[in-house]
Design a protein around this ligand. Structure first.
Ligand code: GLA
Length: 381
């Protein structure tokens, strides 16, 4: 089913600009592999390529990033996100549903799926032990969005995806209308913009849930990535990874990534919050005031030279080090999804914020527009 498209144009362009660079053409997933209908709605795979030859593929099934080809130090391109080769693979119950989608309405966990808004209690679906995770078992990641391609005035390309989430879906109040826009800029940035409105008060915290591996293959662990997180504190949790409400300093702990440190260096540390999460799976409270746009993290893989910078207007970022990965499923190019071979950087409001008045406000009301921008920018060193 998979039809291989060799990306020759970009390779030729690069070869012309840098005659000595080693240029490897790369293989994009064919749109045909996603050509199906789910619940009466057409599924599509969109491909964006920028003038440097970087490419991003996005499907409207779950508003999901499928491939992200970025240049490495040696001039070759690496696909730095997990994904699968066809829509059939994404629908296979054995695959990781959180591979690349937008999760929500509320990303991460809500304690026992319960919260009170304007004096009324709501019960969300439970899909993670006794808690609600990533919008529930029928969250945004499982929906077919409406999608279209756009060529911007500066010649960059975008994919615009919209979804109407009905009142009561997964237990959330209000008809919510959400638009997610992926833009691949000519500066090698993948920009993810979110906008949402509602007809009744609700809570919202959508985020992008890609697993990155800057080696470009899961044959190598992400423990070698050197990570910097611009955060002086985090939100400790209970054993179910629900925040206690405390905001604790990272000072003197293995969660202090203010200086660039290999992920694997302290991942087995004898530190209670890491024992609970079986590694890194925490919300960092980013150093910023209000909704300022700031650099949340810088990730560098010495072997490929790829540097990824995460910039966001959100107050928090979940860094998840792949502690639940077990190698049972296989992604693109036969990549086994082994233990700690993918890392997620989910820009977000704090988990369980609807139950913690001291956390940033997660409520969206009629007449307001929810907005979020996250940028994954790529370079080499
Ligand atoms: C997030 C959560 C993790 C895990 C992954 C998906 O990163 O914080 O605990 O649920 O999503 O596997």
């Amino acid at each position: 089913m998979k039809k291989v498209i060799t990306f020759i144009a970009g390779a030729l362009l690069l070869a012309a600009c840098t005659p000595k660079a080693q240029v490897e053409p790369y293989e994009l997933i064919s749109a045909e592999a996603f050509d199906t209908t789910l619940n009466g709605q057409a599924v599509t795979l969109f491909t964006m390529v920028n003038k440097n030859g970087m490419a991003a593929q996005v499907t409207n099934y779950g508003a999901r990033l499928v491939s992200l080809w970025v240049p490495a130090r040696d001039g070759s391109f690496k696909d730095v996100v997990w994904g699968y080769e066809s829509i059939a693979d994404y629908l296979d119950p054995g695959t990781d549903v959180y591979s690349g989608p937008v999760v929500g309405r509320y990303g991460n966990r809500i304690n026992k799926g319960r919260f009170t808004l304007d004096g009324k209690e709501y019960q969300l679906t439970i899909n993670d032990g006794e808690n609600h995770l990533h919008g529930g078992s029928g969250g945004f990641w499982s929906k077919v969005w409406q999608g279209r391609s756009v060529i911007n005035a500066d010649s960059s390309e975008s994919v615009v995806l919209t979804y109407q989430s009905p009142d009561g879906e997964e237990g959330y109040p209000g008809n919510l209308s959400i638009t997610v826009t992926y833009t691949l800029t000519n500066e090698n940035q993948l920009v993810i913009g979110y906008e949402a409105t509602t007809d009744a008060p609700t809570v919202i915290n959508p985020t992008s849930h890609s697993y990155f591996n800057l080696h470009g293959t899961t044959a190598q662990s992400t423990n070698s990535h050197v990570l910097q997180i611009n955060a002086g504190s985090f939100t400790p949790t209970d054993a179910g990874l629900i925040p206690t409400g405390e905001i604790a300093s990272v000072e003197g702990t293995p969660l202090d990534f203010r200086q660039p440190t290999p992920i694997g260096e302290r991942i087995e540390a004898d530190f209670e919050p890491m024992k609970l999460a079986k590694g890194y799976d925490h919300n960092w409270v980013l150093d910023k005031t209000g909704s300022a746009f700031s650099e949340a993290a810088v990730v560098y893989e010495p072997a490929t030279g790829i540097v990824m910078t995460v910039t966001t207007d959100q107050p928090g970022m979940q860094f998840y080090s792949g502690n639940f990965m077990d190698g049972k499923d296989t992604g693109k190019r036969g990549d086994k999804h082994n233990f700690r071979t993918g890392v997620a950087f989910e820009t977000q409001n704090f988990p369980d914020a609807p139950n913690h008045p001291n956390f940033p406000n997660p409520v969206l009301r009629p007449g307001e527009t929810y907005m979020q921008t996250c940028i994954y920018a790529f370079g080499t060193k």
